[in-house]
Write a protein that binds this ligand. Structure first.
Ligand SMILES: Cc1cc2nc3c(=O)[nH]c(=O)nc-3n(C[C@H](O)[C@H](O)[C@H](O)COP(=O)(O)O)c2cc1C
Length: 377
């Protein structure tokens, strides 16, 4: 790997919350003060700790970054319609995702190279997620090996995200190993037939440092030819290989979502890949209602992209999502505070969700009616 412009670590970065006292005592069901989470300030702190090229890699999007810029605003093109005289707290945030119990419907989206952000890397994220009972999705491009991340919190539910970047035999092997290591689902990311044009990374000549750990990379000498483009038939093939339910991530059209379900997908994940692939594309917020309608109650639907508050999350749940996922807020949390920083972000967003639900007369995250939101226009 070519050396990176910036060193991956910088002095002055706060060490992680590894083994932090009280981490396991946190509970998204008994949330912290919803006013405590300030994501803008957190991002600012993280930017001060990380080399500029790493910040650009994490924060940036593709091409004109139109999708990236529109993501959060698209959730906020909807308005909440509170119900009155329907009871209030306590709000039930616990739910079940593909058969796994979680204490919050806000989970960690897969994101690559986590030890660029903090030495604890994916293990730190796993501990942070477990502390608040959130689901974590682990990337193929993780710094740590999939079995190591699974072992970091063996009882906390995790999904493994598969790319087709390696050879067919090695990709199949990763899928099998994910099943054996105790992951609860396999997430096929299908919006990356080629890498998006990430112009910040090109300008920075962004490259991983020599010797950077790539826990899921094949052993030296393994043929490098990537797997040919996946087809709908690969959904059931990977389900068979891994023994896991398959989630298809990166779907933005109702017709594609319906075909995924016909082909055996257990869930569909609406995503623009954080605005890092085709640009400009329809926002997740705009695509979600069409996709939820196309698949009906047959499968679970997830959404990510620009979710930055409890009301963004509630909007997604109202538009048909069973759960939502976040990447960049978790990146900033890990960078500034390791596992504890991750728990603070997920716990804070969950607390905001519970608070917003209470304000809207809703008490159960598993049944958020569609008419909870209306278009702002
Ligand atoms: C730095 C970074 C790395 C990412 N790496 C992956 C990855 O390895 N696999 C994947 O499926 N998606 C990846 N994504 C996309 C996220 O899973 C997710 O779809 C998106 O970032 C969510 O939007 P948000 O960052 O606005 O919350 C990455 C996103 C970022 C920002």
């Amino acid at each position: 790997m070519a050396p990176a412009d910036p060193p991956p670590r910088v002095p002055g970065q706060r060490p992680g919350g590894t083994g932090a006292p009280g981490l396991h005592a946190r509970s998204a069901a008994a949330p912290d003060d919803p006013a405590l989470l300030d994501l803008a300030a957190l991002e600012e702190r993280a930017r001060g700790l990380l080399p500029p090229a790493v910040v650009d890699y994490y924060a940036g999007g593709a091409e004109g970054e139109i999708t990236l810029a529109e993501a959060t605003g698209a959730w906020r093109a909807w308005r909440l319609r509170p119900r009155v005289l329907r009871g209030g707290p306590p709000v039930q945030l616990s739910t079940r995702l593909l058969g796994s119990d979680v204490r919050t419907p806000i989970g960690i989206a897969p994101w690559a190279y986590q030890s660029l952000a903090h030495p604890d890397g994916e293990r730190g994220s796993a501990r942070g997620a477990a502390a608040v009972g959130a689901l974590m999705t682990v990337s193929t491009s993780a710094s740590a090996a999939l079995a190591e991340v699974a072992a970091a919190e063996p009882h906390a539910p995790k999904w493994f995200q598969l790319y087709r970047r390696h050879s067919p035999a090695y990709t199949d092997d990763l899928a099998r190993r994910a099943g054996q290591a105790g992951y609860r689902a396999l997430v096929l990311t299908v919006d990356l037939p080629v890498l998006g044009l990430r112009l910040r990374d090109v300008a920075n000549r962004m490259a991983l440092p020599t010797g950077f750990p790539l826990g899921n990379a094949p052993p030296p000498g393994t043929p490098a030819a990537p797997t040919p483009e996946w087809t709908f038939d690969d959904i059931s093939r990977f389900a068979g290989l891994s023994g896991l339910p398959v989630v298809v991530k990166g779907v933005l059209r109702g017709d594609d979502a319906a075909r995924c379900v016909q082909a055996g997908a257990a869930a569909v994940w609406v995503s623009t890949h954080g605005g890092r692939q085709a640009d400009p594309v329809v926002s997740s917020a705009a695509a979600l209602p069409e996709i939820a309608d196309a698949v009906g109650d047959e499968v679970e639907v997830y959404a990510d992209g620009g979710i930055r508050s409890g009301s963004d999350a509630l909007t997604a749940l109202a538009l048909g999502a069973t759960a939502v996922f976040v990447a960049r807020p978790v990146i900033w949390g890990l960078a500034t505070g390791g596992a504890e920083g991750v728990a603070d972000v997920l716990g804070g967003l969950s607390a905001q969700l519970a608070h917003t639900m209470a304000l809207c007369g809703l008490s159960d995250v598993r049944s958020v009616p569609r008419d909870t939101v209306a278009s702002a226009r």
